[in-house]
Design a protein around this ligand. Structure first.
Ligand code: TRP
Length: 432
């Protein structure tokens, strides 16, 4: 459940809808589903194998299995990628905290469609309010990570995740009853290939990695705590299905509302924040729904943020031989600084762009569409080519003829399918 807590977060509810909105809806959903099935699940199992075999964190795991070899680099790359994601993840988690505050203080409901768009733009482009929110997020996370309350995260995830799922289900039903829900559902489920490019595939693969917490050895760390009776393939499949289910539910909530309220699906990172308040405003008992939703969204974001931060903090404290608390303070201060720069890239720093993207979007593109897939390719190659087959056999509990055939197929995926397909898309996407 803690691993589900890491996977289910802003990636599903904030990132998936706006990526789908920008990449043509149904075509993106289909590509994303294929990416989860053909690349995500094999790559997740690979991270689980490394984690449970070594019982160590990101960097240590690869070093232990392949001592004195460059494979430890996968761990370092993971820490670096996690560091980058943290810099902007705290900004969006801060936004959810602010909306939770608005919902709780009953200042969210009753505005018009345009007013909600302006409200989000004004808030996110401001200086102190969003920075105050991201600093609060960093402080809360800092306390939790320095106390090392893994148990607490597991317990919280066990209660929160099913509750979040039920709430999303109810909101999805509500959205299906909206006036123009059909247009929204068609947008999400019926592929329109007219805007489909190699970049759509790259974004779908990136989204799969981001949403499943893959490609930065985060799940290596989590699975290093798995006991021997955990079935790795079953667990990876279950997590992927749940994670995808949450993303699809988020889409079913958002897109009917987008079209009913006459909005555009291509709004970028603000999409969910601009659309959802309209939905709550129209619902009976909107105050309660919105309060519950933002509380759960904030907690889901927090458990994911913690999972990334854990990797960075653990590495810094080991590498520099400083205490966990000192490591938390050091990373916390760095995130405050770089997170603020990301936040300001929606306001005062919006003129500073790289290839047409502001700092926030550039970091997200680099980390999600490039570094996570790269980490995934390297991990697959490591497990497929470098790791002893017996280790894989043992970790996957392979028995009998059928098992041997399955093992062959799995290793074929790790050796060829995952690295080749992701490399192809990555290289073509970057060159185009
Ligand atoms: N999967 C999380 C989400 O959907 C984010 C996340 C947590 C993550 N840990 C990660 C992304 C590790 C990439 C790598 O919000």
């Amino acid at each position: 459940m803690a691993t589900v807590g890491s996977a289910v977060g802003l990636g599903n509810i904030w990132r998936f809808p706006y990526q789908a909105g920008e990449n043509g809806g149904g075509a993106f959903l289909l590509t994303y589903a294929l990416a989860v099935l053909l690349i995500g699940i094999p790559a997740m199992v690979a991270e689980f194998i490394v984690g449970r075999e070594s019982h160590l964190n990101a960097v240590g795991a690869f070093k232990k299995i392949a001592p004195k070899k460059a494979w430890g680099g996968i761990g370092y790359l993971g820490v670096f990628t996690g560091f980058m994601i943290d810099c902007y993840y705290c900004v969006v988690t801060g936004w959810t905290l602010y909306y939770l505050f608005l919902a709780a203080s009953d200042n969210l409901l009753g505005l018009s469609v345009d007013q909600y768009s302006i409200m989000f733009s004004t808030y996110s482009s401001g200086v102190f309010p969003p920075i105050f929110a991201l600093v609060s997020v960093i402080l809360i996370t800092g306390v939790i990570v320095s106390l090392g309350v893994q148990k607490g995260i597991e317990t919280a995830s066990k209660i929160m995740m099913p509750l979040l799922f039920l709430l999303l289900l109810a909101l999805a039903v509500n959205s299906c009853l909206l006036e123009d829900s059909q247009t929204g559902l068609e947008f999400l489920f019926i592929p329109n290939w007219s805007e489909f490019t190699i970049d759509t595939i790259l974004s779908a693969i990136g989204q799969a990695f981001f949403s499943l917490s893959l490609g930065m050895a985060c799940l290596v760390t989590y699975s290093s705590y798995f006991t021997d009776d955990v079935n790795l393939i079953g667990t990876a499949s279950k997590i992927s299905v749940i994670d995808m289910g949450v993303a699809v539910l988020a889409g079913v909530i958002i897109f009917p509302a987008v079209f009913t309220f006459g909005m555009e699906p291509e709004q970028g990172p603000g999409l969910v924040f601009k659309v959802l308040p309209n939905v709550f405003s129209q619902m009976p008992l909107g105050y309660l729904w919105s309060l519950l939703f933002y509380a759960l969204l904030f907690l889901a974001a927090l458990t994911s943020f913690i999972s990334i931060t854990e990797v960075v903090v653990a590495y810094i404290s080991e590498a520099f031989k400083i205490s966990r608390v000192k490591s938390v303070i050091l990373t916390g201060l760095t995130f405050t600084l770089l997170g603020s720069v990301c936040s300001l890239s929606f306001g005062p720093l919006s003129g500073f762009t790289i290839a047409g993207k502001n700092i926030f979007d550039s970091l997200d593109y680099l980390a999600t569409n490039i570094l996570l897939p790269l980490g995934g390719i390297l991990t697959s190659i490591f497990v497929g080519w470098r790791l002893d087959k017996k280790v894989i056999e043992k970790q996957l509990n392979i028995k009998g003829k059928k098992g041997a055939a399955f093992l062959k197929v799995y290793i074929f995926f790790l050796r060829y399918i995952v690295p080749a397909s992701v490399t192809c898309v990555l290289v073509t996407g970057l060159l185009s």
